[in-house]
Ligand binder design. Sequence first.
Ligand code: IMP
Ligand code: MG
Length: 338
Amino acid sequence: MPLTIVVGGFFGDEGKGKVVAYLALRDNPSIAIRCGSVNAGHTVSYRGKTYKLRLVSTAFVNPNTKIMLPAGSLIRIDVLMKEINETSTHGRVFVDPNAGVIEPRHIEIERSDEYLRSVIGSTLQGVGAAMVDRVLRKLRTAKEFDELKPMLRDVAWEVNEALDRGDNVLVEGVQGTFLSLYHGTYPYVTSRDTTASAFASEVGVGPKRVDHVVVVFKAYVTRVGGGPLPNEIPFEEARRRGWIEYGTVTGRPRRVAPFNIDLAKRAVMLNSATQIAITKLDALYPEARNVRRWEELPVEARRWIESIENELRVPVTLISTGEDVDAMVDRRKELGIE
Ligand code: IMP
Ligand code: MG
């Protein structure tokens, strides 16, 4: 810290939600900003409860942290209100006046778009259609909705002020590097850039204010929807390995491939990663499950992590070993990273 951006290194669903929740509890940021929109579902399990969130940052688990949705985000008012109720975060969720608002017609446009449905495999949540309206300067923004009035804050100003005070600030990116509108596997991508620079821009912080970029890789690669997935394995094989997952927003089964070091290298480059988080290590090394100390990880797991560090030349600082927020090996101290 102070300003940390967490981004996905593959095709989304790397476990950013859990990493953000862990960092929120550990580093006590005064503000956490959830970027993106409702097509991205972030999951966190905390104190025996699992939350699947599409707008409220998983950093809500720290009651001291203000949760903000930035100018570059697109919200749905009903989803936001429901999640504020579920997470009991009334009074500490704020929305930038320029955040875009998705309306029912955006969802209808996408649902009736056969190309988006069958070729791209869109989540059909109306995000792309709202982006179109935004570019055409027709989209309504948060400041135009009375029910949002009490929640409006100039997020860029709040964040830059907090950084000037020396506070920690956490930016929760969404989706993954290879779903980026610019740097991903176009046209099989989402409707925004999903690299660290884009999230800084969504929030309103310049590149020189960013201290840490944590790129999150899962121990294997998953992808939902269309587009290339190198070394994809058949569903049955994925099941045998225990790598079957279902989409948080759509419930669709995810396509699966083994960890891909070439993709990881490119993600490190595109995001200028300063740290790497590896999630679901227990899916590769069952004895790693819920381990919280580096020395207690199986020796093969440690060798594998070290081989990744050698290839990528970036320290693996965080290693997730189970669903619960506390199931995390945090090496930042021993690696001298503040
Ligand atoms: P859209 O952004 O909903 O239009 O979907 C475009 C592509 O991005 C599809 O392949 C989706 O499955 C994928 N996608 C969008 N959001 C997410 C996400 O949060 N996780 C994983 N894939 C996503
Ligand atoms: Mg997800």
